[in-house]
Design a protein around this ligand. Structure first.
Ligand SMILES: [Mg+2]
Length: 420
């Protein structure tokens, strides 16, 4: 058996942990640059704020319902995610983090335990230790655990824990009858209407459809999803999520940039992030790609887009070495007179540290130890505490974050103060 533990309205819940006045108040969180709605509390959903809608389209709604609006605070969300996952890991010897706020937990060998009770214990401990509300779905396959989690979240009668494997068959059938195929994990928005043409409208019909027909029409993933709904496990719990094969860091600017020095500063920030990711997965890189472009949508402005691949003199994850190469690349593709909206860097191939041939440079151990220190300080004190001098922003290239909440958990000055 597997459990899927998922934080309810994760970003909004993170904001609420540190500001109890937000309880019961509709909350929305915006994407980078405050562009679109990417998270909504239940109250905001009920008020009619759609997912991914540009914020200007719902200004009126936000105003009339007294909604609280936040810029995305990834320093906070990332740290809260780490905390929640570490609590969940106490309940199972084998877990797989599936997204920033979801985790599969293996419940193999726990048949003697009352799993509904166990699920309630998970909820209680995550809530008490992190302040985050979660729901728990339990099933014999990943797809069923996902489905159970959906029921746990949407149907109050489950009190946040739904255990499909302990449910009488008629009850399970009725719940599946009530679940449109588009709500099932692995069934995309394009597949659902095509299933409908075959008369497959809900989870039960998909479960009971002939496997060979599904495979022929929709491919192996849909067929496996159908089997999983029937309790045949087709998607294994991975011991470890696949390491990333490449790293891309890019960002649109809050406003347009015209000066080379501003672009260089932005690029160096991206390099720091990319190098940090590289080190986090114990990899090295010996080439990178830098890309820049102007707005691709505004026909009234001169357009320019370019990219360049740059060789780095050695396999490295040292941000100083990578920054030198990236900046040289940018200088060669930068053209004055354009208003740039985006710059990015890609490390297209990652070499695991153990596979690298002997280091050529004597100072590499010194560099590695410096990078470890930089990572340790930035982890404790907040990203950017130690930074390349060139990455310090001189002007307004930084993201628009008009409603950013404090970094409650990763910066001392942002700690919540309590008066008694
Ligand atoms: Mg969630």
């Amino acid at each position: 058996l597997l459990a899927l533990v998922d934080v309810n309205n994760f970003y909004c819940s993170c904001e609420r942990v540190f500001d109890p006045r937000l309880q019961g108040v509709p909350v929305v969180v915006l994407s980078n640059n405050d562009g679109c709605v990417i998270a909504r509390s239940n109250e905001a959903k009920a008020a009619g704020v759609a997912m991914a809608v540009p914020v200007f389209k719902v200004r009126e709604l936000i105003h009339s319902h007294g909604m609280k609006v936040f810029s995305s605070n990834y320093a906070l969300y990332g740290d809260m995610s780490r905390r929640a996952m570490s609590v969940i890991a106490q309940f199972s010897p084998n877990t797989e983090q599936y997204s920033i706020d979801e985790c599969f937990a293996d419940l193999e060998g726990m048949s003697h335990v009352d799993l509904r009770q166990y699920g309630q214990e998970i909820r209680a401990r995550v809530l008490q230790w992190t302040g985050l509300p979660v729901c728990v779905g339990i099933g014999s396959t990943k797809t069923l655990a996902k489905l159970a989690n959906l029921f746990a979240k949407k149907r109050p009668e489950f009190s946040g824990v739904c255990h499909l494997a302990s449910m009488p068959q008629v009850r399970l059938d009725a719940l599946m009858d009530d679940t449109p195929t588009g709500a099932i994990w692995g069934i995309g928005q394009k597949t659902a209407p095509k299933l409908k043409e075959l008369g497959i409208n809900n989870a039960r019909q998909l479960r009971d459809a002939p496997a060979s027909q599904l495979c022929e029409r929709f491919g192996v993933v849909v067929e496996r999803t159908s089997r999983e709904l029937g309790g045949v496990s087709c998607f294994d719990l991975e011991d470890q999520p696949q390491p990333r094969k490449q790293i891309v860091v890019s960002r649109s600017f809050g406003e347009r940039l015209t000066k080379l020095e501003d672009l260089l500063a932005a690029l160096m920030n991206h390099i720091e992030r990319a190098a940090e990711k590289l080190r986090a997965q114990d990899c090295l890189a010996d080439h990178l790609q830098v890309f820049v472009h102007t707005s691709l949508f505004n026909p009234n402005e001169p357009r320019y887009a370019n990219s360049i691949n740059v060789r780095v003199p050695t396999l490295t994850n040292d941000c100083r070495v990578l920054a030198d190469a990236a900046c040289a690349g940018l200088r060669s593709i930068f053209r004055p007179g354009f208003r740039y909206t985006k710059i990015g860097v890609m490390l297209p191939e990652l070499v695991p540290q153990g596979m690298a041939q002997g280091q050529l440079f004597e100072d590499s151990e010194q560099g590695a130890s410096l990078m470890r220190t930089v990572d340790a300080i930035n982890l404790r004190m907040g990203r950017g505490s130690v930074s390349l001098a060139g990455a310090m922003a001189k002007t307004g290239w930084k993201m628009k974050q008009g409603n950013l909440s404090p970094r409650y958990t990763t910066r001392w000055v942002d700690l919540v103060s309590v008066r008694a």
